[in-house]
Design a protein around this ligand. Structure first.
Ligand code: BTN
Length: 192
């Protein structure tokens, strides 16, 4: 009996290390995508970035719980001042600046994707792409523009229009993230 108890403890430790490694690697992927320089736009103080591709991949590959931890760890490091946001941005000022709504949206993206894709109806490749798009693009853009309107005092029309500039690129990122998600099959041990 003590043998089986030790075995169970070892397995638990293994799962923990396995999960922590995946979360840390995903945070690293998000950071690396931030090294690609952002493209500033003239009409809105929010650039086109590649970093949100990493956020989408985190949600799709790791699921709502570990995905949120990976994104949360990334945002925490950025808040603490590590220059890991696109263009080397960091610090508390960014989290109340014009892009703050998007950053909150990033934290919620894994949960958004999971909830939109939860029903049996969504268990279909085409609908997964649409569901992921709603979770990772539509909901994030809504939060982003709401903050631009409420927090940054932009009027609603330019705030909403600005997001249209993000949609083509973000739609492409959803496609890439879904393809990556289909290829990266991570074994799931005892996990919700
Ligand atoms: C930051 O680095 O402060 C966050 C930038 C947020 C950019 C948003 S994410 C959704 C949309 N798609 C883009 O390519 N850019 C915006």
């Amino acid at each position: 009996e003590p043998f089986f108890i030790s075995l169970a403890i070892l397995l638990e430790v293994y799962v923990k290390i396995h999960d922590m490694t995946q979360v840390a690697l995903m945070t690293a992927v998000i950071i690396i995508l931030g090294l690609i320089p952002p493209i500033p736009l003239a009409f809105v103080p929010v650039p086109i970035v590649l970093q949100n591709l990493g956020i989408m991949i985190a949600g799709i590959v790791l699921g709502p719980k570990r995905g949120t931890i990976a994104v949360g760890l990334f945002l925490l490091l950025a808040l603490l001042g590590f220059p890991i946001l696109s263009g080397g941005q960091a610090g508390p000022a960014v989290f109340v600046g014009p892009t703050a709504g998007y950053l909150i949206g990033w934290l919620l993206t894994p949960a958004f994707i999971a909830s939109v894709n939860a029903s049996a109806f969504m268990h279909h490749p085409g609908r997964q792409v649409v569901g992921t798009w709603i979770g990772a693009v539509l909901l994030v853009d809504i939060l982003g523009s709401l903050w631009l309107i409420i927090g940054s005092g932009m009027s609603w029309l330019p705030a909403v229009m600005a997001n249209l500039a993000f949609i083509p690129g973000d739609t492409l990122k959803v496609a890439v993230a879904v393809i990556v998600g289909q290829r990266v099959r991570i074994p799931r041990i005892n996990r919700v």
